[in-house]
Design a protein around this ligand. Sequence first.
Ligand code: ADP
Length: 273
Amino acid sequence: VTAIANQVGLGLVQAQAYKSLAELNQQLAALDRTRTNLIAIIGHELRTPLSTIQVCLESLATEPEMPAPVRQEMLGTAMGDAERLHKLIQDFLTLSRLESGRVQWQTEAITLSECVELALAHLRSRADRLPQIQVDLPADLPLLRTDGEGMVEVLVKLLDNACKFTSPEGRVTVRAQVQAGQMLEVVVADTGRGIEPSQLQVVFDRFYQEEGALRRTVGGTGLGLAICRQIVAGLGGQIWAESAGRGQGSKFHFTIPLGSRPDWGDMSRPVET
Ligand code: ADP
């Protein structure tokens, strides 16, 4: 009886091991597919601006008779695509660093209005014509103990998008409220082109751009919201989008814990009073 029981037990262990092995193989195959897809996307995203730069430089080098305005336009196109390439590589490295989970978040005492002011100053230094931006924050918001740089980065990206996809006649609003005393919810709303309800989740995917990189008239890498999602998750919050559809404007919400998380170190700068 003992021998039979041992046999059955061994059989069960073997069956379990085969099942685990099969699952592991499936997971490895899925990872491999993701890696291949990612390489294909990156290849395409890098090759497109690089080809344009190459064509422009070749024309400039081989056509000495080219009229000055055409030459100027070619130079402008090449420079624009070089800048796009630079931004793409920068954003991609930032995202990889965030996804690796090796980012050391800092904890500092900061107010949301400080973060919004820093983000707006950054935005205004880069753009000449922005829609009206209204900051509508309750006066009694508590101090945040979080990574200020991360917060500012998320706000810059959300505000940049809100301005990009809203005409200069439109409006962008920043609001916030405390949720159940634990979390701060921040909302960046715009009156711009809106997002189809079916796309509200996928906008956070890497390289998602509604009209595709080639047809778009505004700059961007398609990595901004993926970066925001990683930062917000790293800071212990959540991010989501809301829109009633095309032409109905968009709202991006994110939450952030008010206090520092237990696994974070001491505050790096003292509370200012
Ligand atoms: P991008 O660099 O293209 O702005 P993001 O990751 O920041 O990349 O955004 C991905 C896509 O989500 C955008 O290309 C756009 O299609 C959509 N999107 C983001 N923010 C908004 C917004 N405020 N209004 C409408 N569409 C938006």
